[in-house]
Design a protein around this ligand. Sequence first.
Ligand SMILES: C[S@@+](CC[C@H](N)C(=O)[O-])C[C@H]1O[C@@H](n2cnc3c(N)ncnc32)[C@H](O)[C@@H]1O
Length: 295
Amino acid sequence: MNSAPPYKPQTLAAILARGVIALAKSSDSARADAQILLAHALGRDREWLVANAEGFLNRPQVEKYQSLIDRRALGTPIAYILGSAWFYGREFTVNDRVLIPRPETEHLVDEAVAFLRGRVDPDLPKALLTVLDVGVGSGAIGCSIAAEVPNAAVAGTDASPAAIKVAEHNARRLNVHARCKFYVGDLADPVNDRRYDVLVANLPYIPSRDVPVAPHPVGFEPHQALDGGPDGLNHYRRLLTAAPRLMRPGGLLLLEAAPPTMSGLEALARAAFPMARVEARSDYAGSPRYVKVAS
Ligand SMILES: C[S@@+](CC[C@H](N)C(=O)[O-])C[C@H]1O[C@@H](n2cnc3c(N)ncnc32)[C@H](O)[C@@H]1O
């Protein structure tokens, strides 16, 4: 015998309002989150929700929506619930084994793309330009560069096998897989017998004691993607030791960090590349965000 109480059909507007109330405590954007999750549960867009606010939902639709709201109420980032995030104008698959790509990281792609386009040899316009993305995660940086620059060949490394699977999936999703190769391993170790026109890295740079824990949204992301050791610079210190022999002459090195670690990173880069132009650059909010080394 079925003991579930009889289902009383409810309108989309009523269900949405309940979702907003359920998220009010845990999210600063409760209404937008509730709408995005309802659209996702129904396989529709937000415009459709507005046009159908007085329509009725069936029990499976309401239950699916409620399960998404429950996850969000516990603090799970929207991108992990949806399984995707937008970066540099493209949709990437993400899961909780990879960092959710951030808008400020798009500066690295801007820099790399402008540099690579300027480096195309007019006599050999199809010659491959080589890019190494260390700590590739979801593949956001490397796959975006490959998508923007048709003659870029990208190598990506990550210490996390699960992240490499996501990067491979995204390369196929964006149809750049023929020019992207990914390797599990420490920093540049799997590919350190080659040289690159661009070396880009967004490695973990939060000092260990400051790594947030859930329910802080960043605490849902992999610890391995966040923890940069006691001063946040462990990974960059090691990468910069190897970097000079990884660069092609005249190549470009781009390293992202957080404002508190930027001066330390800049000093490390100057020591590793004493003859190069080393600059600290800011993000959209005006905060120091990445170091650029023109070798
Ligand atoms: C901050 S996330 C950046 C991910 C991606 N590049 C992005 O910008 O969205 C850092 C990445 O570095 C990886 N990582 C951590 N330690 C590493 C190491 N020793 N060697 C290679 N990758 C490492 C993590 O697994 C994670 O995917």
